[in-house]
Design a protein around this ligand. Structure first.
Ligand code: NAD
Length: 249
């Protein structure tokens, strides 16, 4: 049987690393792309060497994306899934958000998935198609304070997901978005103040943060053949946050 190949961006830690492990648990080969070489090397050491390729890559840089995709094909010969997980968060009031911060958040969170899909879609099509999961956020579903750059990038990513799904269906590439609720990763530790944590606790019917593995499970499902007729969708994995509709400040 053919061994499938997934590329996961931002895979050195957090949700991306959990996703990489989930694919490998099902026998896939995985390519981890991340801008942080040191953390990536630490992650790589925990994964099976024969089924792992780890490459330093800034997903907002077209040449680095092209090099990462070329190295993937050289090592494993095919691509079956792409998880656009690399992301950064700046939580600041609108009037305090600098243009460079705004631009960088959009470059990583939105341009990255655009570039990755352009670079991989035809390669997936050559072997019969594939699946893309873009990692959005509940911050892209609803507006709240402090998230002008982050929330806008994730909302735009939902539309990019629909555009990608609409154009790539005919070559057999499905594209969906997973919108996680809060997960206690390094990113959350950086931007979730005690007040933000309390707000989420109150607004989430399950009254807790999600686990990296709970997000990874949804990502893997959408990339698997079990999701073969699902494309262009947003799946919130959020403990009921969106359904309950309880507002954040
Ligand atoms: P994290 O900061 O732990 O991991 C993100 C990874 O992306 C890091 O390893 C980082 O080095 C990498 N990265 C950053 N910029 C990059 C770039 N330009 N090119 C390549 N790699 C880059 O964060 P996380 O919480 O695991 O977040 C993963 C994804 O989940 C992000 O897209 C984030 O927006 C989304 N998300 C997270 C939460 C949460 O509460 N943690 C909630 C909703 C959505």
């Amino acid at each position: 049987m053919t061994t499938k190949v997934a590329i996961v961006t931002g895979a050195a830690r957090g949700i991306g690393l959990a996703a990489a492990k989930r694919f490998q648990a099902d026998g896939w080969n995985v390519v981890l792309l991340d801008i942080d070489a040191e953390t990536l090397a630490t992650a790589q050491a925990t994964l099976p060497a024969d089924r792992t390729l780890a490459l330093t890559c800034d997903v907002s840089e077209p040449a680095q994306v092209a090099a990462g995709v070329a190295a993937t094909v050289e090592r494993f010969g095919r691509i079956d899934a792409v998880v656009n997980n690399a992301g950064i968060a700046v939580f600041k009031p609108l009037l305090d958000t600098g243009y460079e911060e705004w631009s960088r958040v959009l470059a990583v969170n939105l341009n990255g998935p655009f570039l990755m899909v352009q670079a991989t879609a035809r390669i997936m099509a050559e072997t019969g198609g594939g699946a893309v999961v873009n990692i959005g956020s509940i911050s892209g579903l609803r507006a709240s304070t402090l998230r002008v750059a982050y929330g806008t990038s994730k909302a735009a990513l939902m539309q990019l997901t629909k555009q990608q799904a609409t154009e790539l269906g005919e070559i057999g590439v499905r594209v969906n978005l997973v919108a996680p609720g809060p997960v206690d990763t390094a990113m959350a530790k950086q931007v979730h103040t005690p007040a933000i944590r309390a707000d989420y606790h109150d607004a989430i019917p399950l009254n807790r943060y999600g686990l990296e593995e709970e997000i990874a499970e949804a990502v893997f499902f959408l990339c698997s053949d079990r999701a073969s007729f699902i494309t262009g969708q947003t799946l919130a994995v959020d403990g009921g946050f969106d359904a309950a509709g309880i507002g954040l400040p």
